[in-house]
Each structure stands twice: as structure tokens, then as C-alpha cells.
Design a protein around this ligand. Structure first.
Ligand code: FAD
Length: 392
């Protein structure tokens, strides 16, 4: 049986960051990683962005294997025995651990129809499949108006593919952005050649690759291929079956230990308390994967840590791009401070006079200022915020 001082389940960005975090503190302790994908850890964000704009494919790899770690790839863990300190994979191989990390991330939500004719876009494998299709004259429907849907639509359109984007909300990114910004984005996407179908729910997907009929409550679209980005479910099954505390994510302490002190969790799968927002959260973004992964590794290796980082996130939509931090909930009170409407500026999200979130729209390098504002108990009025962070 392979025996490890540190064992990581998952082969994503969080897992890679944890490997590096462990190695900062402990250069020698035996370290194993079991990942279900056949590929070693890689950066996911370029799969919807850089790789479609000419970025070198080989640049996505994170070089995890250079850290003196044994990688067991293409192997899914099916069971944890916390009493014995062992895990078992789908082939029946048992591994023992002293400290275990759950970095199992999330799995795309699926529609109840359409089967494999829909590409649920998350893995490099999905990129490879879509990239082949995009080199042909194929036409596409993208389902979902959130991060993945808006980015992959832009990527395909920038590669001169014919794309329709379908989503139930009134505008692109409507679950994050104020209504006027999201309505502007509909028009902006149309100007970039996309057929935007807002307010539509997909009810069935018929046919197969090359002849797919996407049936919505607003009509039927005939395309060659369908891509979906309709959110993820955290992969908490192993934690639940092992009796760990789970609440839309594996619950962790500031030390990133779960309810079993020998088992840690980090990244998209973990639910943690953030002091600045004074609430528990689960974050599905790169900064959290990298920072929390590294901190989990350090914690596993014996460093005293307290994870109180407020992660930021970012996205690119054609020529537009943004960074953001905190709660981007359009139901909150909104203060907009545009230098140029919908092209450059700031949007503040407030509750009871406190800033809960900041959207930095084509404003770069100001995330720390936004964090400081969120940590400040205020109270803030609109007049306090206009010009507070310079849009330059
Ligand atoms: C296409 C794409 C673009 C993105 N762009 C951005 C962006 O622009 N900005 C941003 O901030 N964030 C972005 N993100 C989000 C960011 O990439 C994620 O937050 C991050 O990848 C999460 O990493 P993770 O390792 O926690 O989880 P995952 O990436 O989900 O990795 C988990 C890994 O664990 C494996 N696994 C699961 N269960 C088991 C098991 N039982 N046994 C073995 N292995 C298992 C999975 O196969 C997977 O490889 C993007 C995500 C995607 C998919």
C-alpha cells in the first residue's frame, strides 16, 4: 500500500497549490496526489480565455510533478476511512495518510436531456473537444449567461464562429451586475456577432452532433454543437460518506481543517467563514483555489495559519475585463461610478451602509483598496463612494 505523510485527493489548481504549500514548510515528507483527470494539474481560466487568443497551450501546465510528489492520475477515490487513515480508489488500491486534503472541486450541473451532445465545459478535455469543432464551420449554441457561458461565447465569436447564447435571465451576467450593465452587455455581445437569447429556458435538446435542435420556450435553434455552463455542484460525496460536516461544501475552520482534524479541505469544494463579510462562503474562483490551496498545504505541514483572505475574481468579455471582490449581488443597494459608462468604472454593492462588494470594470490593480473598503464598517453614502477609488 502506498503510504504518505500527506495525501491530496483532486488534481486541480487547489491541489497543485497545496503541493507547493506543503513543500514550503516540509521539503521531504512523503506526498501523494490522486486525481481523476488523466492530465496533471493545469490552469483552468485559459480554457475560456487565453487559449482562444493565441496563448501557447503548453503554458497551462502547473509543473506539479517538479515538487517531489507522486501523482496518481486517471484515478478516482471512492472511499475514505478516517479511522484507519486510508483512502481507496476505484481500482481498489488503498493509500494511507497522516494528513489528507480534499481538493475535489466541483462537477458541472447537467441538463436532464441532451446526453453527450452537450459539452459541459470545465476540463482541458472539453477544450480539446470544442477546439476541434471550432476549427470546422460548426455553429454553436451556448447555454448559460454566467462566467463560463459569457466567456466561451466570446471566445467562439472571436474565432469567427456563429454563436447563439441562451439564458433565462434578462441580460448577460445578470446575477452579478446591475441591470443597466447587464442590458448593455446584451447589446455589446450582439455587436460582436452573437445572437443573444435572453429570458429563454431550454426545454429539450434533440438530435446529435451536427444537427442539434435546442428547444426553448422562446423557439427552436438549429446548431451543430451545444456548450453549457450552468454552474457546478461541489464534490462533497466523499466528505459526506466519511461523516464530515457538509453544508453546501465541506465546512472548514480557519486552519482549513474539516470536522476531522487530520482531514483538510480547500478550493471550490470548501466552505469557510470570512471575517470581512462576516459570513460563511464557498468560492469558485482562481484566487481562492491558489491562496486557500497553498494555505491548506502549509497548515497540513504544521504551520499555524488562519484563512481570512477575501478572494477576488476576474473575467474577460471580448475587449472588456474586470476584477471584483466581495458580494456582487444586484439585489443590494448599488452605487455606480462610471468614468465612461459601461466601459470603465466602479460599481459598489452596499447593505445597511456597508460596502459588501466592489466591481472594478476595466480598472486594474485596485483590489486591495476594494478589500480595505469592505473591511471598513462605514457607514458609507453614495457621496462617500463617488471618486473613492480612482477609475484609471
Ligand atoms: C473554464 C474555466 C474558466 C475559469 N475562469 C476563471 C477566471 O477567469 N477567473 C477566476 O477567478 N476563476 C475562473 N475559473 C474558476 C477556477 O478555475 C476554479 O475556481 C478552480 O479551478 C478550482 O480549483 P479546484 O482545484 O478547487 O477544483 P477543480 O478545478 O474542480 O479540480 C478538482 C479536481 O479534483 C478531481 N476530483 C474530484 N473528485 C475526485 C475524486 N473522488 N478522486 C480523485 N480526483 C477527484 C477532479 O477531477 C478535478 O480534476 C474558471 C473555471 C473554469 C472551469
Amino acid at each position: 500500500m502506498p503510504e504518505y505523510k500527506y495525501l491530496i485527493i483532486g488534481g486541480g489548481m487547489t491541489a497543485d497549490a497545496a503541493v507547493k504549500g506543503i513543500r514550503v514548510v516540509d521539503a521531504e515528507g512523503s506526498l501523494g496526489l490522486i486525481g481523476a483527470e488523466k492530465d496533471p494539474p493545469y490552469d483552468r481560466p485559459p480554457l475560456t480565455k487565453g487559449l482562444w487568443k493565441g496563448k501557447d497551450f503548453e503554458s497551462i501546465w502547473r509543473g506539479t510533478q517538479d515538487e517531489s510528489v507522486e501523482l496518481h492520475l486517471g484515478s478516482r477515490v471512492e472511499q475514505i476511512d478516517p479511522e484507519a487513515g486510508t483512502v481507496t480508489d476505484e481500482k481498489g488500491t488503498e493509500y494511507s495518510y497522516e494528513k489528507l486534503l480534499l481538493a475535489t472541486g466541483g462537477t458541472p450541473r447537467r441538463l436532464p436531456f441532451g446526453g453527450d451532445s452537450v459539452i459541459y465545459y470545465r476540463r482541458v478535455e472539453d477544450y480539446r473537444r470544442l477546439q476541434v469543432l471550432a476549427q470546422s464551420e460548426a455553429t454553436f449554441a451556448v447555454i448559460g449567461g454566467g462566467f463560463i457561458g459569457s466567456e466561451i461565447t466570446a471566445a467562439l465569436a472571436m474565432n469567427e464562429r456563429d454563436v447563439a447564447m441562451i439564458f433565462p435571465e434578462s441580460g448577460v451576467g445578470a446575477l452579478q451586475f446591475p441591470a443597466e450593465l447587464s442590458t448593455f452587455l446584451n447589446q455589446y455581445y450582439e455587436e460582436h456577432g452573437v445572437t443573444v437569447v435572453p429570458g429563454a429556458t431550454v426545454e429539450a435538446i434533440e438530435g446529435g452532433h451536427g444537427h442539434v435542435h435546442v428547444v426553448t420556450d422562446a423557439g427552436v435553434l438549429h446548431v451543430d454543437a451545444v456548450v453549457a455552463g450552468i454552474g457546478i455542484q461541489p464534490n462533497t460525496e466523499l466528505a459526506e460518506a466519511s461523516g464530515l460536516e457538509v453544508e453546501d461544501g465541506v465546512v472548514v475552520q480557519p486552519t482549513l481543517q474539516t470536522s476531522d482534524p487530520n482531514i483538510y479541505a480547500a478550493g471550490d469544494v470548501a466552505r469557510f467563514y470570512n471575517p470581512a463579510l462576516d459570513r460563511k462562503m464557498r468560492v469558485e474562483h482562481e484566487d481562492n483555489a491558489n491562496t486557500m490551496g497553498e494555505m491548506a498545504g502549509r497548515s497540513m505541514a504544521g504551520e499555524t495559519i488562519s484563512y481570512d483572505h477575501l478572494p477576488y475574481f476576474y473575467s474577460d468579455l471580448f475587449e472588456l475585463g474586470y476584477e471584483a471582490v466581495g458580494d456582487l449581488d444586484p439585489e443590494l443597494e448599488i452605487v455606480s461610478d462610471w468614468a465612461e459608462p459601461f466601459k470603465k468604472g466602479l460599481v459598489y454593492y452596499l447593505k445597511d451602509g456597508r460596502v459588501r462588494g466592489v466591481l472594478l470594470w476595466d480598472v486594474w490593480g485596485k483590489v486591495d483598496q476594494a478589500r480595505t473598503l469592505i473591511a471598513d464598517s462605514g457607514p458609507f453614502t453614495e457621496a462617500d463612494l463617488i471618486g473613492r477609488i480612482a477609475a484609471e
